[in-house]
Design a protein around this ligand. Structure first.
Ligand code: MG
Length: 281
């Protein structure tokens, strides 16, 4: 699997390839890595050739600090109720069109960094989600062409303050506190991953809470891009968070919400495991 990573080895953030617990720096390439290039098959071939030619400069993944692959998304468009099992656990009908909401781009945080539980929030929850990173500007794109606009895929924890979400009757506050969008650990190009057949899981303190597969999607990545790009222009570095499967904390009986000291793992097949501790403000 071709996994791009953003990382720092103590200085400027840079791009590398993650392979067998090693990081291959891509700093010596002709150009810097961009989301636009990740959507380009030819670029991926160039990177693969360069990586093979430069094994001497690799580092262990333990020697670097992995960073969110999209530190400053132009926007994060989130999809609610996009897995059949998550709609069922809420007794919700399968929606006729995607339910969209926004999450602040400044909520993005890195693998390993804390999810900060705000003092005024009592109901902190986790949601494993496949993140779609745009590589090209998309407006009124047909589903049949939509995948051409994708740079790649990452894992997102759509952290949610349920009390804020339900009290407000709209989602922005409950979804947008700083650190509520852990992202990573890798970015896998569209040309190397089928987004409609990957296992997704979430564990809290090692215990599995969510376990599904994106074959449960109600709306696939192509349909989402068609729908969203018919509303708003998507640009390189924008992110679509594709919704979460069943098993979220708030709909458990009794509810199982996150608390200070918890450790949350969000795992997506071929992308990796994104781990973040929960820390009180
Ligand atoms: Mg969500």
């Amino acid at each position: 699997m071709m996994q791009f990573v953003r990382y720092t080895a103590g200085s400027t953030p840079q791009w590398g390839l993650h392979e067998k617990d090693r990081i291959i720096p891509l700093a010596g390439m002709r150009e810097d890595v961009t989301y636009r290039q990740l959507a380009d098959k030819g670029f991926l071939t160039v990177v693969e050739d360069a990586a093979e030619a430069a094994p001497a400069s690799t580092m262990s993944v333990e020697e670097v600090r992995l960073l969110a692959p999209v530190p400053r998304p132009g926007k994060i468009v989130c999809v609610g109720l996009n897995y059949h099992d998550h709609a069922e656990e809420q007794d919700e009908e399968v929606p006729e069109r995607p339910l969209l909401f926004g999450k602040s781009g400044t909520a993005v945080t890195n693998p390993g960094d804390p999810i900060v539980l705000p003092a005024e929030i009592d109901e902190l929850d986790y949601e494993v989600e496949l993140g779609v990173v745009l590589g090209r500007t998309a407006k009124n794109v047909d589903a049949a062409d939509a995948r051409d606009y994708v740079a790649g895929y990452t894992a997102i924890n759509d952290v949610s303050a349920r009390d804020a979400q339900f009290a407000d009757g709209q989602y922005f506050r409950g979804k947008s506190y700083d650190t509520f969008a852990p992202m990573g650990p890798t970015l896998v190009p569209d040309h190397r991953l089928n987004p409609h057949d990957v296992d997704v899981a979430c564990r809290v303190n090692g215990e599995t809470k969510q376990e599904s597969n994106t074959n449960q999607f109600i709306f696939g990545v192509d349909r989402l891009i068609e729908y969203i790009s018919g509303i708003t222009t998507l640009r390189p570095g924008d992110v679509i968070s594709t919704g979460t499967p069943g098993g979220v904390g708030i709909f458990r009986d009794p509810p199982e919400l996150l608390a200070h000291g918890d450790k949350v793992d969000v795992e997506i097949e071929n992308i990796g495991t994104l781990t973040n501790p929960v820390v009180e403000e």
